[in-house]
Design a protein around this ligand. Structure first.
Ligand code: FAD
Length: 287
């Protein structure tokens, strides 16, 4: 295939279009339409908050191909963005994740060849929920890196910063925060690594509704996101006023970490997924 090797080598930047201005947590409520006309699909609608959307060479997106069938009327498509008519991309200003551009994308009678349909007509819903499982595990790893950086930076600063004639690391309140940060980070690591190992152990790596992978991936990112937000807040507190200044890296981690409570399905959505999977009829035990 012409795209995957280039995406893996970094020659192509990709983006993924699920979310819409009026369909976020309710992703299956998307209204972007792809209508088949002869050997092409005509696409209309818009996608919001698309990471790399304004710089991507290739886009994978979901659209309704049979709206009356709801979640069962969604299909996945891809296209190369270069020179496509009817594609409009507008960068969104964010306060975190500043090195990762995010865009609003509009399709206005955009035409793509029928062979750009992926995985079969009206089969996109399963691809979407399956892909979100691996995305949640990957994003757990992003939170872990940031948590570790917060801990490392805080340990260094606590040893260097002198108040009352002593390093602040000698004060028990600071020591308590460092201990909590370490514990949160190690617990997050376990959640992320165990979900990743479980995913690796699956021959076909199928996730989505009704699978153990859905629950484990949602739980990993739920925990890593919420712990990460707390770890970053503790790091700011240890840095005092300097932590509130942009020149100290912990301030960036604080802004970035919040995204892991929101992206790839919010913390609330993850709790809904975990509870749904725990309560499903054939659920046996929380292995
Ligand atoms: C920086 C960034 C990058 C992103 N990148 C991408 C991307 O590349 N591709 C992509 O497709 N999307 C992307 N997203 C979108 C992201 O997945 C959505 O923001 C997220 O799914 C939430 O949707 P929403 O923002 O519309 O919030 P809403 O769905 O409007 O939710 C608002 C609040 O209501 C809560 N809520 C909603 N429904 C329920 C319910 N049933 N029960 C309880 N609470 C509920 C939510 O948890 C949240 O707290 C990105 C978002 C951000 C901020």
């Amino acid at each position: 295939m012409e795209i995957l090797p280039r995406a893996c080598s970094g020659e192509y930047i990709g983006c993924l279009g699920i979310t819409e201005p009026n369909a976020g947590s309710d992703a299956m409520g998307m209204t972007t339409r792809a209508v088949k006309v002869k050997d092409r699909y005509i696409v209309n609608g818009s996608k919001a908050f698309i990471t790399n959307g304004n710089v991507a060479d290739v886009m994978l997106f979901y659209a309704k191909t049979d709206p009356a069938r709801g979640a069962h009327g969604i299909s996945a498509f891809y296209f190369l963005t270069n020179g496509v008519n009817g594609l409009y991309r507008e960068k969104i200003k964010k306060w975190g994740m500043r090195s990762s551009p995010t865009a609003l994308i509009t399709f206005d009678d955009m035409e793509i060849p029928e062979e750009n349909l992926i995985g079969g007509l009206n089969r996109g819903g399963a691809i979407l929920t399956n892909g979100l499982c691996t995305e949640r595990i990957t994003l757990s790893g992003c939170s872990l890196g940031s948590q570790r950086a917060c801990l490392d930076l805080s340990l260094r600063y606590a040893r260097e910063r002198i108040q009352f004639g002593k390093p602040i690391s000698s004060f028990q309140f600071i020591q308590g925060k460092l201990a909590d940060m370490y514990t949160s980070y190690m617990a997050s690591r376990w959640m992320a690594y165990s979900a990743a190992a479980y995913c690796d152990s699956l021959e076909k790596k199928v996730g989505g509704k009704g699978t153990d992978l859905d629950r484990k991936a949602a739980a990993a990112l739920l925990f890593c996101g919420e712990m990460g937000t707390k770890v970053a807040a503790d790091a700011i507190q240890i840095h005092g006023g300097y932590g509130y200044c942009q020149e100290y890296a912990v301030s960036r981690h604080y802004l970035d970490q919040k995204l892991w409570d929101i992206g790839a399905g919010t913390a609330e959505v993850r709790r809904m997924i975990i509870a749904r999977e725990l309560l499903r009829d054939n659920f046996q035990s929380a292995r």
